[in-house]
Design a binder for this molecule. Structure first.
Ligand SMILES: [Mg+2]
Length: 227
């Protein structure tokens, strides 16, 4: 692969779904509380980072949090799988066309760069019918800080596709300033999409190289990814 595009999931490829509900249910199963869920923003953060912030915010000790993480993720993914059958993910405009075009372009690889834990990402992709497009990814379960996920994604793309792949030959695509910053952290180009909870101007201010309203302008986006 000569170029690689790394896609965020929530707010970028898809929206809706029961993830927050499943996560809050799992927090109650595991810790008996959701913490100050109204005061912590979820956007662009990794799943473990969100859980840790919520629990530290109400005085939970770090070792207790980490000890119970396996139970939390077990409960979350069980609940998510179950709730997705009633409340599937909604694919955002332009996504199917863009991914189908990229599938036919030989020299652009497609991967994930998401704060979702790996199993959560798989369930969401299955729900949206998009799993076939992604053979490689970097997940919230790989590292709690999103800035490290871009480095891990780049390394995986080198291992799988092209050992000499350079950061500037990759594009990080996401809907939050945190996506933009994690792309910039590794030296990737960044394409921000205003289908999440941030406006075009907020995304531009975060330093995104390109900002689009949504992913419907297939030709323009493919040209940018191929540049
Ligand atoms: Mg997102």
């Amino acid at each position: 692969m000569r170029r690689v595009a790394f896609f965020d999931i929530d707010g970028t490829l898809m929206t809706g779904g029961p993830a927050k509900n499943a996560f809050c249910g799992a927090m109650i199963d595991t810790f008996g509380t959701v913490g100050n869920v109204e005061e912590v923003s979820f956007g662009g953060k990794t799943d473990p980072q969100i859980a840790r912030e919520l629990l530290l915010g109400i005085g939970y000790k770090i070792n207790l949090i980490e000890e119970r993480f396996p139970s939390l993720w077990h409960s979350y993914t069980e609940r998510l799988a179950d709730e997705l059958t009633q409340c599937p993910m909604q694919v955002l405009p332009g996504v199917h066309d863009l991914l189908n075009v990229l599938k036919r372009v030989d020299d652009i690889g497609v991967g994930l760069l998401t704060g979702n834990i790996a199993r959560g990402a798989e369930l969401k992709l299955d729900s949206a019918g998009l799993r076939e497009h992604f053979t490689l990814g970097s997940y919230g379960s790989d590292h709690e800080e999103r800035d490290h996920l871009s480095r891990i994604a780049l390394q995986r793309a080198r291992d799988m596709w092209n050992p000499s792949l350079r950061p500037e030959h990759t594009v990080v695509i996401g809907d939050t300033p945190r996506d933009v910053l994690c792309g910039l952290a590794v030296g990737a180009r960044t394409l921000a999409v205003a289908t999440g909870s941030f406006t075009r101007s907020q995304l531009a201010e975060s330093g995104a190289n390109q900002v689009v309203i949504d992913l419907t302008e297939t030709d323009k986006i493919v040209s940018y990814l191929a540049a």
